[in-house]
Design a binder for this molecule. Sequence first.
Ligand SMILES: *Cc1c(COP(=O)(O)O)cnc(C)c1O
Length: 366
Amino acid sequence: MNYKLLTPGPLTTSETVKKVMMVDHCTWDNDYKVITQKIRKDLLELANAPEEDYTVILMQGSGTFGVESVITSSVGTDEKLLICENGAYGKRMKDIANHAGIDAVVYSEPFNKIPCAKKVDEILNEDKEITHVSMVHCETTSGILNDIESVAKVVKEHGKTLIVDAMSSFGGVVIDMEKLGADFMISSSNKCIQGVPGFSFIIAKKEALKKCEGKARSLALDLYDQFKTMDIDGKWRFTSPTHVVLAFAQAIKELQEEGGIAKRYERYLNNNRTLIAKMEELGIKTYIDLEHQSPIITTFLYPEIHNYSFNEMYEYIKERGYAIYPGKVTEADTFRIGNIGEIYEEDMIKLAEIIKGFMEEKANEM
Ligand SMILES: *Cc1c(COP(=O)(O)O)cnc(C)c1O
């Protein structure tokens, strides 16, 4: 059965993105290498990262592979990482550090609060051993949009290396890499660029990337070695997900045709605020305050109705053409709705109608 994904990636892609995958491409062929090089160049532009100072590395695997590649290739054995955490993806960074035996400390906030620059400043003043700071931009766990700008400012004042997981925001929220001053920014093929799953990409400051030489704990995830091979002429170090790469190139083209990230942001924001308003009419409230609510994904508290069951609601909605997402925050009963991908205002209105129908059906059961 065909349904649209209201999940934060994989998400609903366009027909044209799916269609370009009907070709088997050779990996060492020049046409293919040119596609990789074009993707790298386009991503720099989308991130407003000038070519003299920044570069892009594509890495096989899902988004986590990209985050793991950056953390395990950039934080050396005599260095220390500070992780700002307010959700599952921040916690995953700690897990990555633990697996690699990397010295890491965590600064935690509750899932509905953003990490605070002042606290980061205090921690950096107290612990002089810290060399790197990492944080998530849009915490997909809750849908909160963290303030990377204010934290980046503090991290740069202290002269530390900054790693940003912008997995679910890059392409959907304007990020000015140069102004931000981040050293590494990670995202993946199946989120706001609207491609299909298969690789992650890292936008890196060349100066910071150079310092990764010889530091990696893993062969396949060695960010510097991946860069060195790819930068010759666009050939990937090991087998690349060719179909995914073709789809991604098409997805970038469609993002440009839409009018770039600022325009896509407008569509996502309109989707999101329409959804929240419609849900409010049904008495369904958001977990995150509107001030920090991302335009990507929203956590909603369970509706206060008799006999409510998420699974029942999920099936009811799916039969009518949409897949939603279970909640991931721990202290409240919630579900999540993503509004990225080939999703428009009319989908949000339709979804709210479906949920209304479900609630009415439930009320009649009494
Ligand atoms: C999707 C996502 C990831 C990566 O998850 P994968 O399942 O490995 O693709 C990492 N961080 C954030 C914030 C995400 O939204």
